[in-house]
Write a protein that binds this ligand. Structure first.
Ligand SMILES: [Zn+2]
Length: 65
């Protein structure tokens, strides 16, 4: 088992989550971001880190473009 590797599973389906490009809307801009999604029910899981740092992260993405 590799340290630091975590497998995320859907709490409903027990399916492994897969990264999927998801479009976020932020202040009238749309930003594509890779989020973990359940391949079965389509639920999008936002990591705690992303949820807490979401705005600054999106701002950085916007500034890059
Ligand atoms: Zn699911």
């Amino acid at each position: 088992m590799a340290a630091g590797t975590r497998v995320w599973k859907c709490c409903r389906c027990d399916e492994e989550l897969v990264p999927k490009k998801t479009v976020l809307s932020y202040l009238g801009h749309t930003v594509a971001h890779e989020l973990l999604t359940c391949p079965k029910c389509g639920k999008v899981y936002v990591s705690k880190e992303l949820a807490e740092g979401k705005m600054s992260e999106v701002e950085q993405l916007l500034e890059d473009k």
